[in-house]
Design a protein around this ligand. Structure first.
Ligand SMILES: [Zn+2]
Length: 338
């Protein structure tokens, strides 16, 4: 099995950096988080660099203007960790990552999500010395943020069905033949989250650890499987992409992805009630009104899903295999609610 990023769990972890990272060290974080952590650093600090843009041309300019530093510490949610990766890659510096919420798997992925002319692109390549999960830091983030992280694990439920169906109907891509062992590995990460549903809801130490371990596996899995997304992503993500495209809204990634899991599991006939019960126990918010969109917008994203997938050149899933009817959309409206 390919290596996963070294991950350390504990408390008071941020205050320890000054005793061992290469000096001077750059901290990349968000302006609103900084007051909580400023006292944890000493005169070896450069910056902090507050993330203000993910646009690649801005990042290039910012990196070029940075003073000399010998290591990079990323401290925050996805954006701060991605910019920290980008700086570490560009300057070839050792990287230390501290995710302050369990909302995304950015801490455990090699590439950085940046924007090029406003379009999200995954660039660069950085493997941190270690990822530090501080229970007290994570627990102080809003619970909805921490619970939403399960979206990128629950999606294996629908992703695996899509991959198997594509293989059985002869529609699977030549470069991604169905791989039972890879699916079984992903299933371990999924089952870990299902088994810990109540702990994740409570944002307990056990819940944080279970979710972090699964995000850790998933974060590097696209790369580790030879840039194959089939075992970790399917039509549920396509629902989210189309919803984002149609509304232009900024979402908390795991929420619309979870909505996509529920909808696509029903279209698949893939025990939708079972996975909905898991999402409900965790308490991840997946209803349209909870993400600031209307059911009509969700309905439109479903109606135009197949065309969107074809236009975007995405892979073969239930979105291409089964027609979306007005009857089904209306039944989904009743099932999910507003
Ligand atoms: Zn995702």
């Amino acid at each position: 099995m390919p290596e996963l990023f070294q991950t350390v769990y504990g408390r008071g972890l941020v205050a320890e950096f000054k005793t061992y990272v290469h000096r001077p060290y750059l901290v990349v974080t968000m302006e609103d988080l900084w007051p909580r952590f400023a006292d944890d650093f000493d005169d070896g600090l450069v910056g902090p660099l507050f993330v203000s843009s993910l646009e690649r041309t801005d990042l290039e300019r910012i990196v070029a203007g940075l003073p000399t530093c010998e290591s990079v510490i990323g401290l925050g949610g996805g954006q701060a960790l991605d910019v920290a990766k980008y700086v570490a890659w560009k300057r070839r510096l050792p990287l230390f990552q501290v995710p302050t919420a369990m909302s995304v798997n950015a801490a455990w992925g090699q590439r950085a999500a940046v924007r090029i002319d406003g379009v999200i692109r995954y660039v660069a390549y950085a493997v941190p010395e270690a990822v530090y999960v501080d229970f007290d830091v994570v627990r102080s983030a809003p619970p909805d943020l921490n619970r939403s992280g399960v979206g990128d694990i629950l999606c294996y439920w629908t992703g695996h069905w899509d991959w198997k169906m594509a293989a059985e109907t002869g529609k699977v891509e030549d470069r991604w033949p169905y791989d039972e062992a890879l699916v079984a590995e992903a299933r371990v990460a999924l089952d870990r989250v299902i088994d810990a549903a109540d702990e994740i809801h409570a944002v307990s130490d056990a819940g944080i650890r279970a979710l972090a371990e699964s995000l850790r596996w998933g974060g590097s899995s696209f790369h580790n499987a030879g840039w194959n997304p089939r075992h970790i992503e399917g039509a549920e993500h396509f629902v989210f992409y189309n919803l984002e495209y149609l509304t232009g809204k900024h979402f908390l990634h795991g929420q619309p992805v979870t909505l996509g899991v529920l909808l696509m599991s029903d279209l698949q006939g893939n025990r939708p009630e079972v996975i909905k019960a898991v999402a409900d126990r965790i308490g991840v918010r997946y209803r349209p009104s909870e993400m600031g969109v209307t059911w009509d917008q969700v309905g439109e994203a479903l109606r135009t899903l197949k065309a969107y997938v074809e236009r975007a050149g995405l892979w073969y899933t239930v979105a291409s295999e089964r027609p979306v009817t007005e009857d089904w959309i209306s039944r989904m409206h009743d099932w999910i609610g507003d």
